[in-house]
Design a protein around this ligand. Structure first.
Ligand code: C2E
Ligand code: MG
Ligand code: MG
Length: 572
């Protein structure tokens, strides 16, 4: 009897333990976001657990019912699903697939696992079904971000390069041509600076939408960056020829872009074109070549299209070589300074001289500063080159003063990049004090391009320079924005009228009117004027007659090497 009682107690305890465990597993299944299908091979029994009913509106009691499941998903997924559900037939222990539930538009993942005994005979099977819709959408978004540019909806740079590489590969096989057009909005910076980046973005977006219309079979369009777009055309002929696409773009540019704030903006674009196989052999090289010629079309006055050819490539390569040589030109002492005399128009007395840099490159060629200064400005070498010019010219000037005791003015050209650098004023003051040169005898020539920078910052620095007594002149006046109105706000001493005015001042009445009004205006502001590039006696006489103070040009003297300038000082 006791034995029997013991057995009953044991069974009751085991039962209780089992029902606790069963409850626990059921709770786990029910609170999970997944549905489970359990199958026992031994008993041929199916059990559904977890969130089954929230995914499906039918139940499965028998394997025959599985057909219902296949009906719920789209055709291409059926075979995969069958393989996963009957994975043991494929001799697999685990398998997974994903498919879209047609009626609910949700994505489900089916993950199956078979458990076998020691002999490898299947005993149990679990299929876990999870909703992966959210994950799928996030994935789609990531894919979109990987391929498209969010501002314009056009292909982004990376994806474009991939597609263009594919074009190039195909063109190689089929002996075809691929054209690449690089399109850049002219003066985009003015839109951004003047109207703000939100307006700038809207313009980029609108032009992007227009360019999207051009894309089609064998034409892909991308937003490369900022205000730059790129079009690749496979086998460019007929309607999809570069000239036809260019025409379409030109037609669009005739009309203004109307922005949401009501602004109407008229723009132009500069386009560079490169072609496979003529210009380059890879996608990146093609884009690079198109970029080089796009810049050329900017240099040629913007609003035009340029095609890549060999002379352009050579000029570019030369630039690159020059860039490298420039970097060590200071160490190799291959710079030299020439000095061009300036004379008072009234008494023809020497007023001073402008230091002008000269460079003899590795092969002994003399290269014009008009060529290499812009390159040095681009690669940053201008800071050390400009520093050398300041020190060397002031050192030389001090030596001349010591010898000749004349009161002269030394003019030094200063690049905007050098001027905007912190510590520029201190560096100059340091050099002046080292060589004991009076700041009032030094004049810095800045160009209007410096004014593109923060106007307040530029003028604040000008004021500091002038507090120390250093003179400032505005060089090349007439070649930039040339607005007389801002002159009033500029703390300068001298204005240099550009040679382009002097060239036509005798022949062109309009230039004459402008030149005369510049001089009158400058006089009322209490500034001096220097005429640059005076080559003829008549030009000098006329300029003197209309009140120009100082003359610089071949008529009075060319830029001279040190010894010749010295000889000139001795005569004076
Ligand atoms: P710039 O400052 O306007 O200098 C005047 C330029 O006109 C000089 O050219 C000079 O040789 C030339 N020139 C003067 N009179 C006449 C003339 O009667 N006829 C003709 N045809 N030309 C005349 P250069 O020396 O080739 O310099 C070109 C430009 O390079 C300069 O224009 C200046 O902007 C820049 N530059 C020269 N030296 C330096 C420098 O040390 N630093 C910086 N940042 N720029 C410099
Ligand atoms: Mg100058
Ligand atoms: Mg000038």
């Amino acid at each position: 009897m006791n034995e029997l009682r013991y057995q009953v107690d044991l069974l009751t305890a085991m039962n209780q333990k089992l029902s606790v465990q069963e409850k626990m597993y059921r709770l786990v299944c029910d609170t999970s976001y997944n549905a489970f299908l359990y199958y026992s091979f031994e008993k041929s029994e199916i059990h559904l657990l977890g969130k089954w009913d929230s995914f499906f509106d039918f139940r499965i009691q028998d394997w025959k019912d599985l057909g219902r499941l296949y009906e719920m998903v789209d055709e291409p997924y059926v075979d995969h699903l069958r393989e996963v559900i009957f994975l043991e037939k494929e001799h697999l222990q685990e398998a997974v697939t994903e498919c879209m539930l047609r009626n609910k538009r949700i994505w489900l993942e089916f993950r199956a696992r078979v458990f076998c005994d020691e002999e490898g005979v299947p005993q149990d099977k679990i299929i876990c079904i999870s909703d992966i819709t959210k994950f799928k959408h996030q994935n789609d978004e990531l894919t979109y971000m990987a391929y498209y540019d969010s501002l314009t909806g056009l292909y982004n740079r990376n994806y474009f390069v991939r597609l263009l590489s594919e074009y190039v590969r195909r063109a190689k096989e089929e002996q075809e041509i691929v054209s690449v057009m690089l399109i850049d909005i002219d003066d985009f910076r003015k839109v951004n600076d003047g109207l703000g980046i939100i307006v700038g973005d809207e313009l980029v977006q609108q032009l992007g939408s227009f360019l999207k219309e051009i894309s089609g079979e064998d034409i892909i369009v991308c937003h490369l960056n900022s205000d730059v777009y790129c079009i690749a055309i496979y086998s460019p002929t007929g309607q999809k020829s570069v000239s036809r696409i260019h025409e379409r773009i030109q037609e669009r540019m005739q009309k203004p872009f109307i922005l949401s704030g009501g602004q109407e903006i008229n723009i132009t674009v500069s386009i560079g074109v490169a072609e496979y196989p003529e210009s380059a052999a890879t996608a990146l090289e093609l884009i690079g070549c198109a970029e080089i010629v796009m810049y050329k079309s900017k240099d040629l006055g913007k609003n035009n299209i340029q095609y890549f050819d060999t002379p352009i490539l050579n000029a570019f390569l030369q630039n690159v070589q020059m860039e490298n040589e420039l970097k060590d030109a200071i160490c190799s002492r291959s710079f030299e300074l020439y000095y061009q005399p300036q004379y008072y128009a009234g008494n023809k007395k020497l007023r001073g001289m402008e230091a002008l840099i000269r460079w003899r490159d590795g092969s002994g060629r003399m290269i014009s500063p008009a060529v290499f200064i812009p390159i040095a400005e681009k690669n940053g070498a201008i800071v050390s080159i400009g520093g050398w010019v300041m020190e060397e010219s002031i050192r030389q000037f001090a030596a001349w003063q010591h010898k000749h005791r004349d009161s002269l003015i030394l003019s030094i050209n200063v690049s905007p990049i050098q001027y905007m650098k912190e510590g520029f004023v201190d560096e100059l003051l340091q050099i002046l004090s080292t060589y004991r040169v009076n700041p009032q005898e030094v004049e810095l020539e800045i160009t209007e391009s410096v004014l593109i920078e923060d106007f307040e910052k530029v003028t604040a620095k000008l004021r500091v320079l002038r507090e120390y007594g250093i003179r400032v002149s505005l060089d090349d006046f007439g070649t930039g924005f040339s607005s007389l109105s801002y002159l009033k706000k500029l703390p300068i001493d001298t204005l240099k009228i550009d040679k382009s005015f002097i060239d036509t001042v005798l022949s062109d009445p309009a230039t004459r009117v402008i030149t005369e009004s510049i001089i009158t205006m400058v006089k009322t502001l209490g500034l001096e004027t220097i005429a640059e590039g005076v080559e003829q006696e008549q030009q000098y006489k006329y300029l003197h007659a209309i009140g120009c103070d100082i003359i610089q040009g071949y008529y009075f003297g060319r830029p001279l090497p040190v010894q010749e300038m010295e000889a000139l000082l001795e005569e004076a």
